[in-house]
Design a protein around this ligand. Structure first.
Ligand SMILES: [Cu+2]
Length: 374
């Protein structure tokens, strides 16, 4: 904890009282719990390096696994930085690789994911990572605490196919504080033979987009102006008060109101099948593509379950990612929203998909323009 307070000049008394507020530590030491088994079977597996990219984009990947299980090497840097999440609204964000959400990671069922997690010495806080796709040690959270200036390496086997959240969970009050400071992302574990539809037939996608929804809790002054702080620790007490209301002041798709609208819209062409992966690490949401549908929706994000078909709106529970495909049939601008429309329009949880192609009058046609009633 000493690093937590190193840049704050807080007295030990305040530091201790913050610690006292915290829940018991969630640190897990598997060596203390039981024997370990040999992992000799992974020696000799092919290693591939995955270059992570900024959402909404996915890293380069095969939809059907190329050969036998591999070790997928990834590196993430933890970056604490002030972010403007709406015009003139600032938050001291904590991020994986500098973005909210963190980057999408892709592997196949049976692969091993080998993460190098760096916490640069320019940071102030201790961080870690809990992969909902991993088994044991709090999803790796118990084995990955890193102080500023440290790095840690974690390997886990991808035994469950689906889309999953990962997030920082350093312990006690820092768990919700880091998650609502933006420190979360998602990983996709594809079945080795790719996705299947409701009849068990192979499904491929032409494009994939990752939308990370984030709830933010920004304190306001007595005039209603959003407060700006010198750092994440001085912002913490006020922010906790807003967090306890469970009422976010802002909801963003990909880190900023408007990050995926207008010129930043996702794009597609008529006839293309797009995979949308939506994550919410902390709070329930409900996704709706206005003017389209969820052709196939893997509820709860599990790829080994039969996908639901032709949904109008699909739920994303707090702490999960959900995948859906849609094949676009009409051109135009689609709104991709959280269908609590107050949250979409007034708080920011909205994106656009700009679709090119030819209009199909059979599917829809305006047969009379607005005109006086005859
Ligand atoms: Cu953290």
């Amino acid at each position: 904890m000493k690093y937590l307070f190193k840049k704050m000049g807080l007295s030990l008394a305040i530091a201790s009282s913050l610690m006292a507020l915290s829940a018991p530590s969630f640190c897990a030491d598997p060596m203390a719990i039981g024997k370990t088994t040999s992992v000799a079977n992974i020696q000799g597996l092919e290693r591939i390096q995955q270059t992570l990219v900024t959402p909404p984009f996915f890293p380069e990947h095969n939809q059907v696994a190329d050969g036998s299980a591999k070790i997928v090497e990834i590196t993430m840097d933890i970056i604490e930085k002030e972010m403007e999440i709406a015009p003139n609204v600032f938050v001291h964000a904590m991020t994986f690789n500098g973005t909210n959400p963190g980057p999408m990671i892709v592997a196949h069922e049976g692969d091993y994911v080998e993460l190098t997690l760096n916490n640069p010495k320019t940071n102030a806080m201790v961080h870690n990572i809990d992969f909902h796709s991993a088994t044991g040690a709090l999803g790796g959270g118990g084995l990955t605490h890193v102080a500023p200036g440290e790095q840690v390496k974690l390997r886990f086997k991808a035994t469950k196919a689906g889309v999953f959240v990962y997030h920082c969970a350093p312990g006690g009050l820092m768990i919700p504080y880091h998650v609502v400071a933006g420190m979360n992302g998602a990983i996709m574990i594809l079945p080795r033979d790719g996705l299947k539809d409701n009849n068990g037939h192979p499904v491929t996608y032409d494009k994939a987009y990752y939308i990370g929804e984030q709830d933010w809790y920004i304190p306001q002054d007595k005039n209603g102006k959003y407060k700006r702080y010198d750092g994440p620790i001085v912002a913490m007490a006020d922010t906790m008060e807003v967090m306890k209301t469970l009422t976010p002041t802002h909801l963003t798709f990909n880190g900023k109101v408007g990050a995926l609208t207008g010129d930043n819209a996702m794009t597609a062409k008529v006839g293309e099948t797009v995979l949308f992966v939506h994550s919410q690490a902390n709070r329930d949401s409900r996704v709706h593509l206005i003017g389209g549908h969820g052709d196939l929706v893997w509820r709860g994000g599990s790829f080994n379950d039969t996908p639901a078909t032709n949904l109008e709106t699909w739920a994303v529970a707090g702490g999960e990612a959900v995948a859906a495909t849609y094949t676009f049939k009409q051109p135009g601008l689609y709104a991709y929203v959280n269908h609590n429309l107050i949250e979409a329009i007034m708080l920011g949880a909205a994106a656009h998909v700009s679709v090119e192609g030819e209009w199909d009058n059979d599917l829809m046609e305006q047969i009379q323009k607005p005109s006086p009633i005859e």
